[in-house]
Ligand binder design. Structure first.
Ligand code: GTP
Ligand code: MG
Length: 304
């Protein structure tokens, strides 16, 4: 029998990444898993729900839990996102607090540390974006954070460049509880393709639209049809809150939505490894942020 398939040597466990919005949680998990399981943008609050990214390391199956950034919620959607983040952490074997080293200890990170203290939980500290800070400042930040006495270990990484993450993977792989793998070896995520496809389009909205507009949008895949020639036809709806927003997203002569669709299609073709025909429809639904159906689409708790 292949040694790796010997159940008695297998390890598996959940490693939740929490942190302030924009700290680089999704970037780090995508890098370690080796493919995009969670979308990334320069804007805060990109990740909206809990996403699993799964990787194999020798005998260990590491199941990363990407979570929405934790911040002071204002809207119903914000509350559901923050609840999803803490929910993701609650059941995990390990909690990793990811801190943007450039930004330092912001009020969101402060709140996370205080909450973990209240819960009497220990965590692993990852200082990210070390490509942007001087070594002296980095060491000082590590020192200050370690005075909180909730961190068992500290890693310094650049998720964007991939520096330091291999070291972390080696470390965590050896720490996971012994037990049989929980997912097939080749599975990288728990997100259904239809949802991932919607996320890829939402990522383009975050990258292309200015300021607050992305926060007024959500995307859902309506139809998914595998054609005889091996291509896939996907129809998606982009929900916006107001008519003026629809105009901006469409752009002059439909140029903007065309560019968004073209980028999303290219990315989907790469992920699916086949031709994709992507059709985007923009619909105004002023109250989508208070519509239970939109929440259940993402597995978010409407009443959080
Ligand atoms: N310079 C630098 N930029 C980084 C690094 N890691 C992530 N970023 C950038 O930081 C931004 C946010 O990254 P995300 O991975 O979306 O951050 P997140 O923590 O998942 O954010 P939310 O989902 O909003 O909570 C993106 O523009 C990334 O390219 C890093 O190590 N160095
Ligand atoms: Mg994210």
């Amino acid at each position: 029998m292949n040694d790796l398939n010997d159940l008695s040597t297998q390890r598996a466990g959940f490693v939740a990444f929490v942190g302030a919005p924009n700290a680089g949680k999704s970037t780090a998990i995508n890098y370690m898993v080796g493919t995009k399981v969670s979308i990334v943008s320069p804007k805060v609050q990109t990740t909206r729900t809990r996403v699993l990214g799964i990787m194999m390391k020798d005998h260990s199956q590491i199941i990363f839990v990407d979570t929405p950034g934790i911040f002071a919620p204002k809207r119903r959607l914000d509350r559901a996102m923050v609840a999803a983040a803490w929910g993701g952490a609650a059941d995990a074997d390990f909690i990793v607090v990811l801190v943007d080293a450039k930004r330092g200890i912001c009020k969101e990170t402060r709140n996370i540390i205080d909450t973990l203290k209240d819960q009497k939980r220990k965590a692993i500290l990852i200082l990210n974006k070390i490509d942007l800070v001087e070594k002296g400042a980095l060491l000082e930040l590590a020192h200050t954070l370690n005075e909180e006495e909730i961190f068992t270990d500290t890693f310094m990484v650049s998720a964007k460049k991939g520096d330091g993450l291999d070291h972390f993977v080696d470390f965590i792989a050896g720490k996971l509880p012994q037990g049989p793998w929980l997912f097939p070896e080749d599975q990288v995520s728990d997100m259904p393709e239809r949802l991932l496809a919607a996320e890829i389009t939402r990522e383009q909205l975050y990258l292309k639209l200015r300021q607050e507009l992305p926060y007024s949008t959500t995307v859902e895949t309506e139809t998914w049809e595998e054609k005889q020639d091996g291509s896939i036809k996907i129809e998606q709806v982009v929900y916006v809150a107001r008519d003026g927003q629809k105009k901006i997203i469409l752009g002059k002569g439909g140029q903007q939505i065309k560019a968004i669709g073209a980028n999303a299609r290219r990315e989907l073709e790469e992920i699916m490894d086949c031709r994709v025909h992507l059709f985007l429809f923009v619909k105004v639904r002023d109250k989508w942020g208070d519509d239970p159906e939109r929440f259940s689409y993402w597995g978010l708790d409407y009443n959080a």
